[in-house]
Design a protein around this ligand. Structure first.
Ligand SMILES: O=C(O)c1ccccc1N[C@@H]1O[C@H](COP(=O)(O)O)[C@@H](O)[C@H]1O
Length: 214
């Protein structure tokens, strides 16, 4: 079984190289200033130019306004926009139309009641990304918290758009996560870091190796 992997929150050439040479099919850059993984657009542009053809560069945004999107999209060669905030289906449609780029919408899962949002998001998004609902504490990020949700909620489910699994994945648990959910695409950030916001190239390789063994 081929499982395609996204390594998110890259901000250094070394970890980007580990992702690219290790077989990642997507690399992600975080354009959300409160995140420890936030990267300046100019640096992201330099990194994205190192990404070979065939690997998709993903820009992660949280409730971005048009000015910020223009600032980033105008200088970083992106293939896919990931929206990880409270964007409505209408806003997703607007962003797709304005930038002519596919959009992946994050759907945050805390329990079975959150699954309906995936169907709603799929009305306009090109792809879905399932992540854990962030903890209800003031300082929590809207994603990238290294928290897994109950994977059995996705077991046996079908979705109208291609989807990716994220939330607390690690080299150790990724096989089980894929087995339970049936995911064919996966996304990791915190699980390949040695400290918040800093990717460890060895962990990036370990994650990609674990995914390649599936
Ligand atoms: O990574 C971040 O800092 C981030 C900030 C704001 C929204 C989303 C973010 N990351 C995304 O969250 C999921 C899960 O990440 P993790 O593996 O649990 O750390 C993933 O899709 C990241 O792209």
């Amino acid at each position: 079984m081929t499982v395609l992997t996204k390594i998110c929150g890259l901000s250094e050439p070394e970890s980007l190289r580990a992702a690219v040479t290790g077989g990642a099919r997507y690399v992600g850059f975080v354009f959300y200033p409160p995140s420890p993984r936030a990267v300046a657009p100019a640096l992201a542009a330099d990194l994205a130019r190192l990404v070979p053809t065939g690997i998709r560069s993903v820009g992660l945004f949280v409730d971005p306004d048009d000015e910020f999107l223009e600032h980033v999209v105008g200088q970083v060669p992106l293939d896919l926009i990931q929206l990880h905030g409270k964007e409505t289906p209408r806003r997703v449609a607007e962003i797709k139309a304005r930038y002519g780029m596919p959009v992946m919408k994050a759907v945050k899962i805390g329990g079975p009641e959150d699954l309906a949002a995936a169907l709603e998001a799929a009305e306009t998004a090109d792809r879905l990304l399932f992540d854990a609902k962030p903890p209800a504490k003031v300082a929590a990020l809207p994603g990238g918290n290294g928290i897994a949700f109950d994977w059995t909620l996705l077991a046996g489910r079908r979705w109208p758009k291609p989807w990716m699994l994220s939330g607390g994945l690690t080299p150790e648990n990724v096989a089980e996560a894929v087995r339970v959910t049936g995911a064919t695409e996966i996304d990791v950030s915190s699980g390949v870091e040695d400290r918040p916001g800093h990717k460890d190239p060895a962990l990036v390789r370990a994650f990609l190796d674990a995914a390649a063994r599936l």
